[in-house]
Design a binder for this molecule. Structure first.
Ligand code: F6R
Ligand code: MG
Ligand code: MG
Length: 372
């Protein structure tokens, strides 16, 4: 029987402002998940948060895009939103953009990444969840892990990896996708995914046998809402080891930081800040955009757990190995903030179209006079 791992997330309220999800909301999510496990809908779960986003990690046997699983996530977020409204939390129910569930959570506001696969003898999975940035923030990360032998030694050394990986890339502007195979089409891939304003990676498969290697969320929340409601804070999941990149190859891009779009009002270039779960809160200029990295293993359809049945989740970025990236990120944050709202600290005009800036510019339109 195949196993499915689903990571579904939404911003349904936080405190103070857009900083962190408070415990009462996580408790509701936890209770809903426990109930779903009890009824057999899901096999196991882990609830956590990435800044102001509530994250539901579930394992089950119902496949990707399953109506029952998506309804469970939607109902859970609705219950949390109700509590958030009672507590007058900021942005209560923010990402729940539809009135009622309609078969699939896609296009309704929450973001998700899912993978269905035949379990290997050992099935390690790494999950990343980020706040105050967008799915294309993973473009550079995925390139390093799956296409750069300078990062992933296995691309050179492991015969199962030498034939490379294929990337399914979404053109977010035209809602079209294309699949490119590396190493053959590496330069074409880079031509696309270097343009993070428009292109983002949906799925990655292994060329050797077509096995699913990684999946990422690609929600376009502002297109759905028709106005700025925040960035599409992304999640992704990657299978590791034995024919896939090792856990250490997956984390090693975070020896250093790199720049992503988001931060305050979804309008600024920012250094990506890898943090442990205890530091998953966007405090400084609503950031810097934070990313948590969790390591789990799947065992017979469930998250591997201890003797009491609690899932064993390894908080990868809580390790001091990532101190250098954090130090670099703070140095860069300081440098970028000195520019205020001037480019390049502020995003380019194309990206600013999807923020609240156009409303401010519209108010000036009638005051412009023609020049000779
Ligand atoms: C970015 C984000 C925050 C808000 C900012 C203003 O994704 O969520 O940076 O854009 O705090 O928020 P509001 O408009 O809710 O006051
Ligand atoms: Mg928020
Ligand atoms: Mg968020």
């Amino acid at each position: 029987m195949k196993t499915t791992v689903s990571l579904i997330k939404a911003d349904i309220g936080s405190i103070p402002g857009h900083v962190v999800v408070p415990k009462p909301l996580l408790d509701i999510a936890e209770a809903r998940m426990a109930e779903a496990k009890e009824t057999g809908l899901i096999n196991s779960y882990y609830v956590f948060h990435a800044g102001d986003d509530t994250e539901l990690l579930m394992t089950h046997n119902r496949g990707e895009d399953n109506e029952d699983i998506h309804r469970l996530a939607w109902d859970t977020f609705m219950a949390c939103a109700e509590k958030a409204k009672k507590m007058k939390l900021h942005g209560a129910g923010q990402d729940l953009l539809a009135d009622a569930f309609s078969g699939n959570i896609k296009g309704m506001g929450p973001g998700y990444a899912e993978m269905e696969f035949e379990e290997r003898g050992s099935e390690p999975i790494v999950l990343f969840a980020a706040d105050k940035t967008e799915p294309a923030a993973f473009n550079y990360l995925f390139y390093k892990i799956y296409a750069d032998p300078g990062n992933t030694a296995g691309l050179v050394i492991d015969p199962k990896l030498t034939c490379g990986f294929s990337f399914e890339v979404l053109d977010g502007l035209n809602n079209k996708s294309v699949t490119l195979s590396t190493p053959d089409e590496l330069y074409s891939l880079l031509a696309l995914i270097g343009a993070t304003e428009r292109y983002m990676i949906k799925k990655i498969t292994r060329n050797d046998d077509g096995a699913l290697a990684a999946a990422s969320s690609t929600t376009k929340i502002n297109y759905i809402a028709g106005k700025y409601v925040g960035k599409d804070d992304p999640v992704c999941m990657l299978r590791a080891q034995s024919g896939f990149p090792a856990v250490g190859e997956i984390t090693s891009p975070f020896l250093h930081t790199y720049m992503v779009a988001g931060w305050m009002r979804g309008s600024h270039w920012a250094p990506f800040f890898p943090v442990g779960l205890k530091d998953s809160r966007c405090t400084l200029f609503d950031g810097p955009p934070r990313i948590v990295g969790l390591g789990v293993q799947i065992c017979n359809g469930e998250l591997s757990s201890d003797d009491e049945g609690n899932p064993i989740v390894v908080d990868l970025f809580s390790d001091p190995s990532f101190d250098l990236a954090r130090e670099e990120a703070l140095q860069m944050a300081s440098f970028m903030r000195r520019h205020g709202t001037f480019q390049p600290a502020r995003l380019g005009p194309g990206a600013m179209e999807y923020t609240t800036l156009p409303q401010c510019l519209a108010a000036l339109e009638h005051r412009f006079k023609d020049e000779d």
